[in-house]
Structure formats: structure tokens, C-alpha cells
Design a protein around this ligand. Structure first.
Ligand code: MN
Length: 401
């Protein structure tokens, strides 16, 4: 047989097979009921989504981008909104010494929180779900901070924080171990999403106004953030940045001398930096202390340092090893793991927290959202921290197994 003949026969076979396949689709189509019933008659009963499927439920990958899908409001606009705990975004990054981009941090943390939600907020490590503790937790959105004028930006952040801090709480208390303000009442507690670390200065100014006393700070960071300035930046405004804000806060009398750093490993000018740091009111726990002292001793030292004073928790994501949280502004190699830090955080439950933040998340340097997801997970821990009376025991776990 010639190759021409073979070609023609192959072509005919191909067309016959195609015809058979088409015929079988037509026959099957007639035999099967439609997959979705749809009443297209003109007199058909009108249905809506709500009447048929009920209240829309966000999927982990859908819905408005509030933290962990919690109720959200523009709290600065709607003056009737009140809460016990607020999540508040600070999209500010115009006071950094290295990479800018933390203005996208609040977005990245909320985005990283999408698989977290109230109905599955219980964790074995805490033994609680922060969303079923009878307190109202609201995502208040972001403060509209100017990126053009830091003096104005600082004023905006302070006023926004104070505005929300002065809202009446909804429940009898905003959680466990709260501190009364100088007006004698319990105030909402705010978890701030940064933003570069400078946002803590207006926050501390606002806390001082409401609580009427200096606040102790537990500061997780690879850097001291207590420097007095940067060479070549001598104006009053340039002295307020993400490496100096604690020194400014100390000069203004906003923080007590019972503060403590955890996770320090940055390079220094020398011991002169540590001496200055002590004068700002800080003790320090270095990154290596986790190996030399262990986690229980680190927890003990932090608790002993702050005692029962009002405490603010400031968490720079760069305390985590950059391999596990690369999306940050001033990465320092050789940091703590997320698991280690989470254990330390749990050990701090029962202290008198007046607020917390998670700062320096830069999604532009992140990969596969790993920094955003870690940050969102830590914010979930902060909520559990506010709502727990003491560090979790293992009572809810069956250790017999
Ligand atoms: Mn910092």
C-alpha cells in the first residue's frame, strides 16, 4: 500500500471517530437530567440569594479584607462605633533608615489573616478562642496618614489612636487584667498594625494622656530603637524615626524605666549604645539568650521586669529570623523562630497590657505571604493574650495519649 493510501485511510478513520464521539454526546445529553435545575417559566417564583442560600458566608479567599473576617467599621468616621478591642492599621513608612514599604503592612497582615476566623479561632496552645470570650473585637480600618509630612502624620496618628481609645467599651471589661484610665474607667485596647516602628511614639503619647502614667514596654525586636539620632540628620523632625522613637518617648516621660527588649542582635557602635539604652529605661534579652537561658527563664525575666505596671507590647517582625519572615525593612540574620516567639508571648499572659502592635511588615520583600501569615498569626496570639488571665496550662490537652 502506498503512503498516499495510508494517509487517506487514517483521515477517514479520524472523521468516523469524531462523528461517533459527537453522536454519543448528543444521545447522553438527552438522557441526563440537567445538573442545575433552573425554572425559566415567566410565572416562576422569584428567588433571591438570601431566600435560597441564607446569609452570605466569606470563604477564606473572599469577602472584604478585614482582619480575620471580623466585623469592620470606619471607626474614625462613625462615632457611634464602640468596641472592647480594636484592630487599627497605621499605613506609615516615611521614617525608615533602610527599605521603605511598611505602609503596605496593614494590608499584608489582613491578607495573611484570611484563613483565620471567629468560628475556628480556638488554638490548642492557648486553649481559648478570643472571639467567643464575650468581648467585641472590631477592625477599625486604617488611619488616613499623610505620606508627605511626618509632623502632620504623627499628629494624625496620635489623634486617631486617642479618638478610639476614648470610645466607651461594650462589655463590662475589655478583657482580663485591664488597667483603669486616669478617668477611672476601662478603655478599649488597640492592636495596631504597622507601619514602620515610629508609629509607637504617637501611640505612647496617646496612652500617656489616657492612663496618666508612664508605661512599661515589652519590645520584641532585633534592634534597640533607642538611638538618639542618625549622623547627618540633625533637624528636629529627622530625629524622630524608627530607630529613635523610644529615646524621644523617654525624654517626654511617656515610658517608665522598667522596660525590656527581647531578641536583640543588631550591630552596635559598641557598649556605649547599651549604656544609652539603659538610660532610656531598658533591660535586654539577646537573641542568643534563648539557647543560654531557655524560654522559661526569658519569660520569668520579662515578667519580673515589668511586674504589675501598665504594659505596652511592641512587636517588630524583624525579631523573627529573616528566613521565616523576609518581608521586613531592616532584616538581621540569625533570629528567633516564630514557634519560639509564640511560646514567649504565651508566657506573658496575665500582665497588665494596655495595647500592642505588630510593625515593620513589608510585603514587597515577602515571598508566598509567609511574613504576612506569621504576622497575622501573632496578632491572633495578642488577642488571646489580652483575654487570658494567666499563661495557658496543658489542662485542656490529654497528655495521657
Ligand atoms: Mn524596630
Amino acid at each position: 500500500m502506498s503512503s498516499d493510501h495510508l494517509c487517506v485511510r487514517t483521515l477517514i478513520m479520524f472523521y468516523i471517530l469524531q462523528l461517533l464521539a459527537f453522536a454519543s454526546i448528543v444521545v447522553q445529553g438527552h438522557d441526563q437530567a440537567p445538573l442545575v435545575e433552573s425554572d425559566v417559566r415567566p410565572d416562576a417564583k422569584l428567588e433571591t440569594w438570601l431566600s435560597k442560600y441564607g446569609k452570605p458566608i466569606d470563604q477564606p479567599f473572599s469577602g472584604f479584607l478585614s482582619f480575620s473576617h471580623i466585623p469592620h467599621a470606619v471607626c474614625l468616621e462613625d462615632e457611634d462605633v464602640s468596641m472592647d478591642i480594636a484592630v487599627l492599621g497605621f499605613p506609615f513608612d516615611t521614617a525608615v533608615s533602610y527599605r521603605p514599604g511598611a505602609r503596605f503592612g496593614p494590608y499584608a497582615i489582613r491578607s495573611g489573616s484570611r484563613r483565620q476566623r471567629d468560628i475556628r479561632g480556638y488554638t490548642l496552645s492557648w486553649g481559648v478562642n478570643p472571639y467567643d470570650q464575650g468581648v467585641r473585637i472590631i477592625d477599625c480600618g486604617d488611619i488616613p496618614i499623610t505620606p508627605f509630612d511626618n509632623k502632620l502624620a504623627l499628629a494624625q496618628m496620635e489623634l486617631a489612636y486617642t479618638t478610639i481609645l476614648n470610645r466607651p467599651i461594650v462589655s463590662k471589661t475589655s478583657g482580663k487584667n485591664t488597667v483603669l484610665g486616669k478617668d477611672g474607667r476601662d478603655h478599649p485596647r488597640i492592636v495596631s498594625l504597622g507601619g514602620d516602628h515610629t508609629i509607637v511614639l504617637p501611640i505612647l503619647r496617646s496612652l500617656y494622656k489616657v492612663y496618666g502614667q508612664p508605661i512599661s514596654v515589652i519590645h520584641f525586636d532585633s534592634h534597640l530603637d533607642t538611638w538618639s539620632g542618625y549622623p547627618g540628620s540633625d533637624s528636629e523632625e529627622s530625629r524622630i524615626n524608627h530607630g529613635t522613637f523610644f529615646a524621644v518617648a523617654q525624654r517626654e516621660g511617656l515610658i517608665s524605666n522598667s522596660s525590656i527588649h527581647a531578641g536583640i542582635r543588631c550591630k552596635l557602635a559598641g557598649m556605649i549604645d547599651i549604656e544609652h539604652d539603659e538610660s532610656v529605661g531598658f533591660q535586654l534579652i539577646t537573641t542568643d539568650d534563648i539557647d543560654d537561658l531557655g524560654i522559661p527563664e526569658i519569660i520569668k525575666r520579662i515578667r519580673r521586669r515589668v511586674g504589675d505596671t501598665p504594659v505596652y507590647l511592641s512587636f517588630d517582625i524583624d525579631v523573627i529570623d529573616p528566613a521565616l519572615a523576609p518581608g521586613t525593612g531592616t532584616p538581621e540574620a540569625g533570629g528567633w523562630t516564630i514557634r519560639e516567639v509564640k511560646r514567649i508571648i504565651r508566657g506573658l499572659a496575665g500582665l497588665h497590657f494596655v495595647g500592642a502592635d505588630l510593625v515593620e511588615v513589608l510585603p514587597a520583600y515577602d515571598h508566598a505571604e509567609i511574613t504576612g501569615i506569621a504576622a497575622a498569626d501573632l496578632v491572633h496570639d495578642f488577642l488571646s493574650l489580652f483575654l487570658s488571665e494567666a499563661p495557658p496550662s496543658r489542662k485542656h490537652l490529654n497528655d495521657e495519649l
